[in-house]
Write a protein that binds this ligand. Structure first.
Ligand code: ATP
Ligand code: MG
Ligand code: MG
Length: 550
């Protein structure tokens, strides 16, 4: 019944299952705990987790913590929180590569004993010189032919802390003439006298990524090790390691293209700079696309899943428009969230013929497309707030909202006609006066005449204040991501703070991450960091208009 065609990874897995290369699929997500996860990682998480689900297999959560220089416990916690939030459940399958340091050491000893690894005294710079280029083969290290005994002795001394950082390395003995530079006797262990966030000072040698990663996969019984395209050239080394160390069921590396978004910064280096320079408010600033930022902005796990599914899995790099992510959150929220009235830039509207002190309540459906969301009571009175942009003294053609002499519908309430307005010394409108027609009451079935404009409002006395934050992309891509001096070309309008918004009283009691449609304005979410019960703060997730069409 599945009509959608399978992606290339599914095809590989199905072939492996059919041919008996494996009986149960096992995938993993292997982040290095050196930063926060971003939307690109979400793709990898949901892809790996989704494959395990689809084939009734296992999904491992593994911290690839073999490089202590940049790793921190803080990142371990944030990564776990983000993955849980996305819904990828690793159950009891949480692993740390650092737990394998002893087994990795033993694997290296196995290679030495087979004559497949040697201790090398060349400096990092010399190793680079000896490595050759794409067009020129490399040269053998003068230490390449050390005896097995000497290598075992030196490697043990490396482990015992008898050498300084950089003095010696362990290298795989493969082929200095290989057309693939990764196969030219790559370094697999280095000396580094650094404390590790989990193993402390127990080790002063650490395995290199290209050696550690295939071992981690093999130790855990991972069958399909999905990674990004830049590791394609490393696959022969991956295969070499699992073969030479001798695993009966070696894992298979499969590469797919990274997810790139236009108009958005994902590089850790740049985000770090934005945070340090105070341009953004931390790693979870709602303009960023870290998972934490997307969550704070008001994106949902469902919207991210839809986005990742729409992007698909491919072998060629391309970049996806941010508008597609916006499409996905609108799709997710449109039927699930109430549509309520909020005035972002308020101006007073006074209904001269409405009795002073009177309050009436309208029963308003929460979502016209989804009855299940029920209805709420919205107060109406003589003094309201409307959007400043919904009134003009001298309207252009086709402006159907309020202007002197014009009649509009107050959404869910009455028709009103503008009879007067007041301005302050600077020419700013301070009050708009109207009269209302009681016969036009919403729900009364009035059909006597029609109006072209409908505007939203809140009752002044019952309304509650809020701060609302509007966002644009942090990079103005039309002018280029970078300036000539290499700095980021920042959009000066990426954040607009509206301090004096007025919301209908039904908003009282909202909690962090609650989201709503503000009619005519978009979808908004209660900011989890700054909102207080007596000082609400909302983030605009996305406007209602879309430039993206599926
Ligand atoms: P970054 O430098 O952007 O944080 P990374 O590759 O250093 O990325 P890791 O922690 O090593 O991050 O990544 C964990 C997993 O996420 C890897 O399997 C990696 O291939 C995958 N990944 C990272 N970035 C993307 C991306 N943009 N699209 C898809 N997968 C990604
Ligand atoms: Mg990373
Ligand atoms: Mg990495």
């Amino acid at each position: 019944e599945e009509t959608v065609s399978k992606n290339f990874i599914e095809q590989i897995i199905e072939k492996d299952l059919a041919e008996g290369h494996c009986t149960e699929v096992c995938t993993r997500f292997p982040p290095e705990p050196n930063g926060y996860l971003h939307i690109g990682h979400a793709k990898s998480i949901l892809l790996n987790y989704g494959l395990a689900q689809e084939y009734h297999g296992k999904f491992n959560m593994r911290f690839d913590d073999t490089n202590p220089t940049k790793e921190k416990e803080e990142f371990v916690e944030s990564i776990k929180e983000d993955i849980k939030w996305l819904g990828a459940d690793w159950e009891d399958r949480l692993y740390f590569a650092s737990d394998y340091f002893q087994k990795m050491y033993e694997a290296a000893v196995t290679l030495i004993k087979k004559g497949k690894a040697f201790v090398c005294d060349l400096s990092a710079e010399q190793i680079r010189e000896y490595r050759g280029t794409l067009t020129e083969p490399g040269k053998d290290s003068p230490y390449r032919n050390r005896s097995v005994e000497e290598n075992l002795d030196l490697f043990e001394k490396m482990k015992n802390g008898e050498f300084a950082d950089g003095e010696k390395v362990l290298r795989a003995k493969i082929d200095m003439a290989s057309p693939n530079i990764n196969m030219r006797d790559p370094v697999i262990y280095r000396v580094a006298h650094i404390s590790h966030h989990r193993t402390g000072d127990q080790w002063c040698i650490y395995p290199m990524y290209d050696f550690a990663h295939p071992l981690e996969d093999a130790f855990e019984g991972v069958t399909h090790s999905v990674c990004t395209l830049e590791f394609e050239d490393h696959r022969p080394l991956y295969d070499w390691v699992v073969k030479e160390v001798g695993f009966a069921c070696p894992p298979k590396q499969i590469e797919f293209a990274k997810l790139y978004l236009t108009n958005v910064v994902t590089g850790k280096r740049y985000i770090k700079k934005l945070v340090e320079e105070g341009i953004v408010d931390g790693w979870d600033d709602p303009r960023l696309v870290s998972i934490a930022a997307l969550r704070r902005r008001g994106f949902t796990p469902e919207s991210i899943k839809l986005f990742v599914d729409l992007c698909g899995v491919s072998k060629s790099n391309s970049s996806v428009d941010y508008a597609m992510l916006e499409y996905c959150i609108r799709e997710d929220l449109k039927l699930r969230k109430p549509r309520m009235m909020a005035v972002l830039d308020p101006v007073k509207l006074i209904i001269d013929n409405y009795p002073e002190g009177q309050v009436e309540y309208f029963d308003v459906p929460n979502n016209l497309e989804n009855e299940e969301l029920g209805s709420r009571k919205v107060p109406f009175s003589r003094e309201l707030y409307i959007e400043r942009e919904d009134f003009m003294e001298e309207p252009p053609k086709k402006y159907f909202r309020l202007f002197p002499g014009n009649e509009v519908r107050l959404m869910n309430a009455y028709f009103v006609t503008c009879v007067d307005y007041k301005k302050d010394a600077d020419g700013r409108i301070t009050e708009i006066h109207c009269t209302y027609d009681p016969e036009t009451r919403s729900g009364s079935g009035f059909t006597g005449r029609k109006v072209k404009g409908t505007i939203h409002w809140v009752s002044a006395a019952q309304s509650i204040p809020a701060q609302v934050r509007l966002y644009e992309n942090i990079i103005d891509e039309e002018k280029g991501v970078y300036n000539e001096d290499g700095s980021l070309n920042l959009n000066p309008n990426s954040l607009t703070i509206l301090e004096n918004c007025r919301l209908e009283p039904a908003f009282a009691g909202v909690k962090a991450y609650d989201s709503f449609q503000f009619v005519r304005q978009g979808y908004f979410c209660v900011d989890a960091k700054d909102s207080r019960p007596d000082a609400l703060v909302f983030n605009r997730i996305v406007s209602l208009k879309s430039s993206f069409k599926l």
